[in-house]
Design a protein around this ligand. Structure first.
Ligand code: NAD
Length: 371
């Protein structure tokens, strides 16, 4: 485990000559929002960055064009790339397909195939958007949380799983499973991130009821010994769900399992106003990552050029911070986003009185101009 710790704490600063990106727009609003992020990458290219982009199909479009939500060609492209930029997958027209052919399965498979075990989801509130949060501005103003969710194990992957007939009725079952190495590697990432932030880590589980959580608690405490500067606390998931709306600013970094992280990170996202603002990173042991907005394919607004592209643009910033270890480029993109927000540009999901309502593509143009 020492290796994964060292690798994460000292990201490979050696920037490849040309970075290779797999660009997977996906379904619904995916192509619209990814096009805006590509404009940002084009600015970096214009300014001398060597970036090669190759497109692939994933999700519903993967099924439509290649008969598979994760076509072999996309997997190969993604494995060869230094990082993956993804839009979103899914749509009502795919909901009746057999489970293995559904878009979401493509997403689960690519995460597993690329061994992207750590999902980083910041919940950050831009002061100008405090009014768009569902909580009172004084509760959320200045919010800045990072949720680290384990992504490739736990209840979503545990075996056995299924629906079958037992004693004359249908039963459904899943298995919550964690090995100590799976817990340890995600804990290392969370501690390393806490070291770079406020040095406080809260491990969220349900150790009073679940053996799986009991092990989680023990292993996180063992890893903590390597990070004496980080103040570790533990919290049961039901309490964490409550504390996130009661007093969210008490948190700095949260580390948790796949199921709990899925729910808590969606809850945290609403604190920041719109899921259209929040990026995410999913990393492997070598900081290779897949970067995507946290929201889905939003079929209700797809094709109308009204989606918020900022989460996807901020995902590119995360890519530069975590995979390419180029903090200055990440800062440049994030500052451009801060600037357009401060200038009052708003897509309809974050529009409040006084702002200038803009389309998805106009928001992309505004970020490019601010860069
Ligand atoms: P969603 O995130 O797509 O949309 C929820 C709501 O938020 C909708 O009203 C939508 O219009 C709005 N919204 C989302 N992103 C937005 C943006 N960038 N700008 C403005 N508004 C935005 O979730 P859903 O409606 O539950 O799911 C739709 C489809 O997306 C489903 O097929 C689901 O399986 C899939 N999905 C995919 C992912 C992913 O690709 N990572 C994640 C969640 C859901």
């Amino acid at each position: 485990m020492k290796t994964s710790e060292a690798k994460f704490r000292e990201p490979q600063g050696e920037r490849p000559k040309a970075v290779k990106l797999a660009v997977l727009p996906g379904d619904g609003i995916g192509p619209e929002i990814v096009a805006q992020a590509v404009k940002v990458l084009d600015v970096l290219k214009r300014d001398g960055a060597k970036i090669e982009m190759e497109y692939g199909n994933i999700g519903g479009i993967g099924y439509d064009r290649e008969g598979d939500p994760l076509p072999e060609s996309t997997l190969k492209l993604s494995k060869q790339a230094d990082a993956v930029l993804l839009g979103a997958v899914g749509g009502p027209q795919y909901d009746t397909l057999d489970r293995p052919l559904r878009p979401e399965r493509g997403l689960l498979r690519i995460r597993k195939e690329l061994n992207l075990f750590a999902n980083l989801r910041p919940a950050l509130l831009y002061p100008e958007l405090a009014g768009a949060s569902s909580l009172k501005p004084e509760v959320v103003a200045g919010l800045d949380i990072m949720i680290v969710r384990e992504l490739t194990s736990g209840l979503y992957f545990g075996q056995p799983r299924g629906i079958e007939i037992r004693k004359g009725e249908r039963v459904g079952f899943n298995t919550m499973f964690y090995s100590e190495s799976e817990i340890r590697r995600v804990a290392h990432i969370a501690f390393a991130i806490a070291m770079k932030r406020g040095k406080r880590l809260c491990s969220v589980e349900k150790a009073n009821v679940l053996e799986c959580s009991e092990l989680w608690r023990e292993v996180v405490a063992e890893v903590a010994k390597r990070y004496p500067e980080v103040e570790l606390s533990t919290m049961y998931v039901d309490n964490a769900a409550m504390q996130l709306v009661r007093n969210p600013k008490q948190f700095d970094v949260i580390v948790t399992s796949n199921l709990f992280g899925d729910i808590l990170s969606d809850e945290a996202s609403m604190l920041s106003g719109s899921i259209g603002m929040l990026p995410s990173a999913s990393l492997d042991e070598h900081n290779k990552g897949m970067y995507e907005p946290i929201h889905g394919s939003a079929p209700d607004i797809a094709g109308r050029d009204i989606a918020n592209p900022l989460a996807t643009i901020l995902s590119v910033a995360m890519m530069y911070r975590y995979t390419f270890a180029e903090a200055a480029t990440a800062d440049r993109i994030e500052n451009a986003v801060k600037q357009v927000i401060a200038q009052g540009y708003r897509t309809s999901d974050i529009w409040t009185a006084g702002g200038t309502k803009v389309s998805c593509s106009a928001m992309g143009d505004a970020v490019v101009a601010a860069m």
